[in-house]
Design a protein around this ligand. Structure first.
Ligand code: NAD
Length: 500
């Protein structure tokens, strides 16, 4: 399929993709595939006002009916999975299987949210006063702004939007300026669903803002946006948190990771090897949950490392739309420069590099294909404390498990982590309060590729937000405590007497 065919199959017309100033390039070959019109500050404010109008209506629609909207969205995504998956691949460069996987995540979270729409449970609470009842209820919160990163162009929008919509909140999406086409295609799907839904789905229920960080700032600045859920780098999260704190707005922050795997002496090395390769080179190392640090017990180091280096040498690097490719391109040449710089720094800190460097330069001169790199490090030096968004896997040895856990936890980020071990004492210790300090901690499975049923997010510089499954829905609603007096007296709490 040509690039133009992929755009057309996802419902984008010529007028959607031409005539603007924002150039969209595909990392597949570096060519320009669209020029989009960008929104200005006044248009952003008008959209926010429209979303707020939608909120006043949508909050009164019964939650199961709101769930029906999300059910229909999931159905439409099922129908358009192939086309949208291919567009994800074209726009961000992840292999087609992963592009399709992202759309599947959207479908899964829609299914989850439909069930949730009948389970937005509150509590009944025992009152200390006779003839009184207490309860806790959950109400729609307001407009939810969703800011997303280039590497997962569609799934994180849906983790937020599917929940926000059943919770009664309209959604304004500010996608990455590097991947706005997928957002436009999804907005078309939403509009199709809305057109068939009936009058109770108001105009402005879902909207898309095209542009760079200034449009994100339009969301954080406007008090009519009750929640801003932002996915991206740590510097972006700091800026969003600072802006939102000025007006004490609610944030859900999903920021960078620096994820580790501990390989213990009892590990099944065959399984560990597969998990390492997938989680370190999948999406060309551009997942927030990519494996970046491998902490290997010294007794199994020599058994593991030659096999890992050999597996890297045989990795199929190439066009992410072609079958058989496992490693696609980086998003752009800046990412390639950052990877080279990190490898140079690692060398200067004593690292021994296997792989790395540019790939497919002759056939794809305008794209950023690289060979994934393994770097054996003498210790966890400063370069390993940083997230470089590229396929670099640093490897260090450990002797005692507590040292490995301390090393794992020593970085500023706290997203995902895992241990490969068949010793239950080790695995339970890793999952205990004295173990991993990350939001995600896995056993005998890599750090990337979370399921939507669990709450997703991480601690420390990762931002502390939770999205997707479990009780993440509470982040999109406001909690209200109610005390109801059905007696003929007016007793005060704590036995206070106040006679008039
Ligand atoms: P980025 O921070 O450059 O941009 C992310 C989004 O934030 C873009 O839409 C951008 O326009 C917007 N933005 C930037 N500055 C802003 C500001 N001051 N106010 C409002 N919006 C602003 O990130 P990126 O390069 O697109 O993505 C890679 C990063 O995202 C990595 O650090 C990765 O770990 C992280 N990420 C985290 C998760 C997670 O769930 N924790 C998921 C995916 C990506």
């Amino acid at each position: 399929m040509s690039h133009a065919d992929i755009l057309a199959a996802s419902g984008l017309s010529k007028s959607d993709t031409t005539g603007g100033t924002l150039a969209v390039r595909t990392p597949v070959d570096g060519s320009e595939i669209a020029r989009l019109k960008v929104h200005g500050a006044a248009e952003a404010d008008a959209m926010i006002a429209r979303a707020h109008g939608a909120f006043l209506a949508w909050r009164k629609v019964p939650a199961p009916r709101r769930g029906e909207f999300v059910r229909l969205l999931g159905e439409e995504l099922r129908r358009q999975k192939q086309a949208l998956g291919a567009l994800v691949t074209l726009e961000c460069g992840k292999i087609l299987q992963e592009g399709l996987g992202e759309v599947q995540e959207m479908i899964d979270i829609c299914d989850f949210a439909v069930g949730l729409s009948r389970q937005l449970y509150g509590l009944t609470i025992a009152s200390e006063r006779p003839g009184h009842a207490m309860r806790e209820t959950w109400h729609p919160m307001g407009v939810c702004g969703v800011i997303t990163a280039f590497n997962f162009p569609v799934a994180p929008w849906c983790w937020n939007a599917a929940l926000a919509l059943v919770c009664g909140d309209p959604v304004i999406w500010k996608p990455s300026e590097k991947t706005p086409l997928t957002a436009l295609a999804v907005q078309k799907i939403c509009e199709k669903v809305r057109a068939g839904f009936g009058d109770d789905a108001p105009e402005g229920l879902t909207q898309v803002l095209i542009g760079d960080r200034e449009l994100g700032e339009a969301l954080t600045a406007n008090p009519k946006v009750a929640i801003v859920s932002a996915t991206g780098s740590v510097p972006m999260g700091r800026a969003v948190a600072a802006d939102m704190s000025k007006r004490l707005g609610r944030t859900i922050l999903e920021l960078g990771g620096n994820n580790a795997m501990i390989v213990a002496p009892s590990a099944d090395l065959e399984m560990a090897l597969r998990a390492i390769v997938f989680s370190a080179v999948g999406t060309a190392g551009q997942r927030c949950t990519s494996l970046r640090r491998l902490i290997v017990q010294e007794d199994v180091y020599d058994a593991l490392m030659p096999r890992l280096i050999k597996a890297y040498e045989g990795l199929p690097i190439g066009d992410p739309l072609a079958g058989g490719t496992l490693v696609g391109p980086l998003i752009d040449s800046q990412a390639m420069v950052a990877m080279d710089a990190a490898l140079e720094t690692a060398k200067s800190q004593g690292g021994s590099v296997h792989g790395g460097g540019r790939a497919l330069a002759d056939s794809h001169p305008a794209a950023a294909y690289v060979r994934p790199a393994i770097v054996e490090m003498p210790s966890q030096s400063s370069i390993m404390h940083r997230e470089t968004f590229a396929p670099i896997l640093y490897v260090v040895k450990y002797r005692a498990l507590d040292d490995a856990i301390a090393m794992q936890n020593a970085v500023p980020q706290g997203l995902s982590s895992c241990i490969f071990s068949t010793d239950v004492r080790e695995t339970e210790h890793f999952l205990s309060a004295a173990g991993s300090d990350c939001g995600i901690a896995n056993v005998n499975i890599g750090p990337s590729g979370a399921e939507i049923g669990g709450a997703f997010g991480g601690e420390k510089e990762t931002g502390g937000g939770r999205e997707s499954g479990s009780d993440a829905w509470k982040g999109y609603m406001r909690r209200q405590t109610n005390t109801i007096n059905y007696s003929r007296e007016l007793p005060l709490a704590q036995g206070i007497r106040f006679d008039i």
